[in-house]
Design a binder for this molecule. Structure first.
Ligand code: 13P
Ligand code: ZN
Length: 273
């Protein structure tokens, strides 16, 4: 099968384009990675080039040794992913120490994986272990309303979760564990990668102050849906705050408890107080 005909490649491209269409990716902002299933690799193995050089990941991820990933390229615009996946994206494999990678397909005009590759892989490693291999997608983008809130809310998990949960009844259903928040840090650094990992042990979404959001999910729909829901809730928060400084009414603890019962949810108690 041709790489471009593979179902996971089509889903990867669709998600990148959805992100662009929603305004989450100005210029080269954001990046996406997918841990490819062995049976998916098997179907496209004939197009893989296995004679290229091995390069340093810039992080050690032994839990992903030998794994294959599709990733977006550094400096590449999400706007162009749909028209040109072979230049904007690539498929890589990790060596058996989890410290080096090799480009097998894509990045056709000499591109390289996203500058956030170490952060993506460190977080894939955490989520792979934590979910017994279920989570496969890590997504980073720059949604405007969520970023705006990082200038007015305290930069704590509690402040953001409590601000975003009541804005749509579906929010606690979509992110019952809440959301993690990190202070501003240099992007692409090991510091932000490791700090994001610590938060990802508790949450599937982590906000980077004055920058954007990082989410993890088992498939493209779940990961994108999580980001989309969080950003829509942030948009509602911005609208509410623009209309008046306080809420006249909102979802209360008994309402959250009734919702949890109806949907069989375990809502993080620390955010109900
Ligand atoms: P890349 O172009 O290297 O993927 O970086 C974009 C970005 O959003 C950095 O945080
Ligand atoms: Zn970014």
């Amino acid at each position: 099968m041709k790489v471009l005909d593979a179902k996971f490649v089509k889903e990867f491209v669709d998600m990148a384009d959805d992100g662009y269409t929603n305004g989450y990716h100005e210029r080269n902002g954001g990046n996406l990675s997918y841990r490819i299933k062995p049976e998916e690799m098997y179907e496209i193995v004939y197009e893989m080039k296995t004679d290229r050089e091995w390069m340093d990941i810039g992080a050690s991820v032994p839990g992903l040794a030998g794994d294959y990933f599709m990733v977006t390229g550094t400096g590449r615009f999400f706007h162009h992913v749909k028209e040109d996946p072979e230049n904007t994206c690539g498929i890589i494999r990790l060596d058996d120490t989890g410290t080096k990678f090799q480009i097998l397909w894509g990045f056709a005009d000499g591109g390289r994986p996203t500058s956030e590759l170490p952060t993506h892989l460190l977080n894939h490693q955490i989520k792979k272990e934590q979910t017994g291999g279920k989570h496969r997608v890590i997504y980073h983008c720059h949604p405007a309303n969520l970023i705006a809130l990082t200038f007015v809310l305290p930069l704590t998990d509690a402040a953001f979760t409590k601000e975003l949960w009541p804005n749509m009844t579906e929010c606690p259903v979509v992110f019952p564990d809440g959301i993690g928040v990190l202070p501003w840090m240099v992007c692409g650094s090991m510091e932000i990668g490791l700090a994001t990992c610590e938060k990802m042990k508790q949450y599937d979404a982590v906000i980077w102050a004055h920058h954007g959001v990082f989410v993890s999910g088992e498939n493209f729909d779940i990961a994108f849906g999580l980001c989309h829901t969080i950003e829509k809730s942030a948009e509602i928060a911005v609208k509410i705050r623009s209309m008046q400084p306080t809420r006249r009414q909102t979802m209360t603890r008994p309402m959250f408890e009734a919702l949890a019962k109806a949907f069989n949810l375990k809502l993080a108690e620390k955010f109900l107080r």
